[in-house]
Design a protein around this ligand. Structure first.
Ligand code: ADP
Length: 248
């Protein structure tokens, strides 16, 4: 049986007010299965970033519900959301966001330390081995390639074994070989470690690594399917570009 890691229902988010108001989310609903790798796709401006930031507790919504396990995220204050992000959620950003003055290992362990927890060094070493950065842990980010920096960022996101890892265009700054290695690892993290991963991407071949893809259009989730291939995702995206929509 599939269990749900995070459930978003009827999310509404408007930026600005009056005639200039933009409805970024318009009753968006999504159930993310636990232990799976889910990709979120959609045309530029369809609300992907807004939705991910809301589900990750980085931003608020105007209405709707977001449940992480049995915790309702909407209505939490800034302080509670910060604590939640430190303890139950991991992030991988396109720009890595590593601290330049810290070594790779210190970067990986930073969120745990901020949360006042002790790093599980066996787990961190396992992650570093699997990601192929075990011999890079004493180096600072400037001494690492882009692909290595992103793998450090992935280890950092997984170090605390969070309930959900959110990845925002994680391969956006990588060449195709480094991208493929990273996506292969994310898929393994779901299959072998049971890690729930939600990735926003505009790249159909990146989505092809996921277990499921969901499509946003005009602020709502309008379609989705399991075991996507790059070709099928590309085909679905082409229908958005052509303005041909299926009834949701
Ligand atoms: P995507 O990630 O799919 O490109 P976004 O979630 O970034 O879409 O944006 C959805 C809509 O909300 C777009 O029309 C965008 O211009 C608008 N938007 C996003 N962030 C802001 C903001 N901070 N202020 C005003 N409008 C915004």
């Amino acid at each position: 049986m599939t269990t749900i890691a995070i459930q978003a229902a009827d999310l509404v988010k408007t930026y600005g007010s009056g005639p200039a108001a933009v409805r970024a989310l318009d009753r968006a609903s999504l159930a993310v299965a636990r232990g799976r790798f889910t990709a979120i796709m959609g045309p530029s401006g369809s609300g992907k970033s807004t939705m991910m930031h809301a589900m990750a507790g980085l931003d608020t919504v105007d209405s709707g519900s977001i449940r992480l396990g049995d915790l309702e995220l909407t209505g939490l204050g800034e302080k509670q959301r910060t604590l939640l992000r430190r303890t139950r959620i991991g992030f991988i950003f396109q720009s890595y966001n590593l601290v330049p003055a810290l070594t790779a290992r210190e970067n990986i362990e930073l969120p745990l330390r901020l949360a006042g927890a002790r790093a599980d060094s066996d787990w961190v070493n396992d992650l570093a081995d699997t990601l192929g950065i075990a011999d890079r842990l004493t180096h600072r980010p400037a001494e690492l390639s882009g692909g290595q920096q992103q793998r450090v960022a992935v280890a950092r996101a997984l170090a605390a074994r969070p309930e959900v890892v959110f990845a925002d265009e994680p391969t956006g700054a990588l060449d195709s070989r480094a991208s493929q290695a990273l996506l292969t690892f994310l898929r393994r993290a779901a299959r072998e470690f049971g890690q729930t991963i939600v990735m926003v991407t505009h790249d159909p071949s990146a989505a092809g690594f996921a277990d499921r893809v969901e499509f946003l259009s005009d602020g709502a989730v309008v379609d989705g399917f399991d075991d996507p291939t790059a070709a099928r995702v590309l085909d679905r995206m082409a229908r958005f570009d052509a303005g041909v929509e299926v009834a949701a």
